[in-house]
Design a protein around this ligand. Sequence first.
Ligand code: AMP
Ligand code: GLY
Length: 429
Amino acid sequence: MRILIVGSGGREHALAWKIAQSPLVKKIYCAPGNAGIAGVAECVPLRSSDIEGLLKFAEENQIDLTVVGPEDPLILGIVDRFESKGLRIFGPSADPARIEGSKAFSKHLMQTANIPTADYRVCESAISANAYLHEYYALHGADFPVVIKADGLAAGKGVIVAQNSEEARNAIHRMMSERVFGDAGAQVVIEECLFGEEASIMAITDGVTVLPLLPSQDHKRIGEGDTGANTGGMGAYTPVPACPPSIVQLAMTQILEPAVAAIGELGLPYQGVLYAGIMITESGLKTIEFNCRLGDPETQVVLPMLQSDLVPLLIAVTDCTLDKQQPKWRSGAATTVVAASKGYPAHYETGKVITGLDSAALQENCVVFHAGTRFEGDEVVTDGGRVLSVTGLGASIMDAVANAYVGMSHLNFEGMTYRKDIAYRALRG
Ligand code: AMP
Ligand code: GLY
């Protein structure tokens, strides 16, 4: 088979790495890819949002299966466009992808399908947002945290957990009046703050069968001890002690299966990966968000734990035969640590030379997945906020963490920052 992967991050490198192990695959392309992906796939200089360019490429190069990594092309309708030309593509159509594209749509769907989530209000102006905050604080007191979410896409950064009413009003002003997240802030969702442990539960579905992947836990904040700004994710691990199979099963019956069914009732079936960010609270599971794709960096721990071939699973989704598939998982654990550019998630510089990639690659039980990297001559240089992630594998989470940090110790670039406490919740026992 000839496969095209769309995207350029650590998730897409993990996809390319896993797909390259399949005996079914002869050739992999990745658009646009990165310096690491170039080791397992031929990189094609097309942006992931260039749907017409990607379509032309797939037609001209007899691509048998296109696998879409990021949310933007899905929300823009890449799947609808490819399918209209009879091309096989893995991911949800634009309409179901709104589960990630619009927080307001996603909250409404949860409400109608009885999926547990935080209480919320959708506000279309700063005046109505401030009026709702007034009600919220009358109920909870002025020092209670509240969560403010820009409605549209903001690369995982459009969510502010405001600790008090002053921070909350500030966040509304920045999102709705100053438009720091652009049009994503035209509408906001204001949400009750939930407390507990978070987990990422991703499932693969053809619209009828919903198969859970291994649960993982991401570290969204930039700083150790989960402090500082929200990022796309600074590290992840699996398995998650706080999320045993019984919790995954609950998440399937209370959250993922009803969401797939509710979307199907709206018209188009949901096909691809559905990712539920959940909070395990004292009063049960609550859904924080849905994503219409694999998580990044969660994919960098979940795919290395998949023992069986990924490609038949992807094909089964497009053929609606997922009920015949039984993915097999390795025992043990995986942990990934993300190295970011200095300044991320705010302003950062690129073009810094990365050293130690060859010696890190020789490290046992360790895989380096590139994210924001590119070639400059013979050198690999930084090209994004999240630059790469190092996945360690081991018999236990402790071993996996140790292997990830040993791998990371080989690597360097000017301004490299990474959290030293990935998986701390699992390790504190
Ligand atoms: P989201 O983009 O909706 O996943 O939000 C990003 C992060 O903000 C989540 O991973 C949580 O850490 C935090 N968050 C979002 N919603 C809530 C909530 N209702 N209560 C507490 N934390 C939240
Ligand atoms: N790591 C969080 C996400 O992929 O949205």
